[in-house]
Design a protein around this ligand. Structure first.
Ligand code: M6R
Length: 366
């Protein structure tokens, strides 16, 4: 039931504070991730993990790409991510102690399931772990370890709350493994504090809705757009681009901001809006110079930036302030305005938001 919301997608975007809180419920103390979160067998497995291999599709793959940054920067664990349709058909070298992680909202995505089955038949991985939203799904039944997201049913084909709850779940895994490797108790406490604050922070981000609706007018008559981010915000840019193309049918491409000069800058003109997600981290200054390059070519820039960041006022630049957030959680927070942007552009274009053309909610055939 959509309740008072015009679309399931909008309802699901607005449910994020609540379902994030539910996904964390009973899994955290004040400053720690509770050890029993991954089930009674997890501890013995986790002690042996030396490396992570994540496999997923679509939006779930973007969650995996963000987690890769977290595993390497926060946990000191090497992590690879690959889309399931590629992984399943490729011979691989599996290092000892590799934990195989699948991420899926439905738990029935054909390629993700096939990759899991292939891995199990080869028995080269230490164990398999699924992060999933459907308890009765094949992926959950067939994995050694499971961490459920508690997003509730997601009806909109464009995944929203499943994604942000996957990120919260992944951060629990990063912490649970990280404390066995490079993560200090202080870092764990800082991250857990951030997780506790996350639902309220997302509530604040949702208050940006009216401003983003206004911004969306600049996209409705465009045919192409570019999304830029760096570090963990690069997969966030990819996710923003995927949302926009799925429901508004506007071609949207994401690039790591540093790649701009290596090709895509040639496309930039007044007809090509450029969206950048720019939290206040060490890459901010570099991103600023990328943005100047866009402006110099008459490009229209839409920058989602930390409220503490200042940009010189200039024509062609629209700055949208995002509440300040710990670097580690920026990926979750910056996703939400991009979901809203895609939603409002789709509304203006009059597309079938919840059931975009040619797409199915769950891709159960190859
Ligand atoms: O159920 P899954 O998470 O395995 O689905 C994977 C993709 O099919 C899914 O995320 C798809 O990309 C969404 N439509 C994106 O909004």
């Amino acid at each position: 039931d959509k309740g008072s919301y015009r679309h399931y997608m909008l309802k699901e975007i607005y449910e994020q504070p609540r379902v994030l809180a539910e996904t964390l419920e009973g899994r955290l103390s004040r400053d720690r991730v509770l050890p029993e979160v991954f089930g009674p067998d997890a501890g013995a497995v986790f002690d042996q993990v030396q490396r992570i291999q994540i496999v997923a599709c679509g939006t779930s793959n973007h969650a995996g790409m963000i987690a890769r940054y977290w595993f390497e920067s926060l946990a000191g664990l090497p992590c690879d991510v690959e889309v399931a349709s590629e992984y399943r058909y490729r011979p691989h070298v599996v290092s000892p102690g590799t934990l195989f992680v699948t991420i899926s909202q439905s738990g029935e995505t054909a390629d993700s399931l096939a990759a899991l089955r292939e891995v199990k038949s080869q028995a080269k991985h230490l164990a398999t772990l699924a992060i999933c939203n459907v308890a009765e799904s094949s992926l959950v039944r067939e994995s050694d370890l499971v961490l459920m997201t508690r997003a509730g049913p997601e009806i909109g084909v464009a995944s929203t709350k499943a994604f942000t709850t996957q990120l919260a779940a992944l951060l629990l895994l990063v912490i649970a493994l990280g404390r066995r490797h490079a993560m200090t108790a202080d870092t764990e406490a800082r991250l857990v504090e951030g997780l506790h604050a996350l639902p309220a922070l997302i509530d604040r981000v949702l208050q940006m809705d009216a401003d983003i609706a206004k911004l969306s007018e600049a996209f409705a008559d465009k045919h192409h757009s570019l999304f830029l981010g760096r570090g963990p915000l690069y997969p966030v840019a990819m996710e923003g681009a995927l949302k926009l193309k799925e429901i508004s049918y506007i071609h949207a491409e994401a690039y790591p901001a540093g790649e701009l000069k290596h090709g895509p800058l040639a496309l930039v003109d007044a007809e090509m809006p450029v969206v950048a997600v720019a939290p206040n981290d060490e890459l901010m200054e570099k991103l600023k110079s990328n943005l100047q390059e866009v402006q110099a070519r008459g490009g229209q820039l839409f920058v989602f930036a930390d409220e503490r960041t200042t940009f010189e006022d200039s024509p062609g630049l629209r700055l949208v302030s995002v509440p300040a957030v710990d670097d580690a959680l920026a990926a979750v927070v910056y996703t939400v305005p991009l979901q809203l942007l895609a939603y409002h552009v789709a509304l203006l274009k009059g597309t079938d938001v919840d059931k975009p053309r040619n797409l199915a909610k769950s891709v159960t055939v190859e």
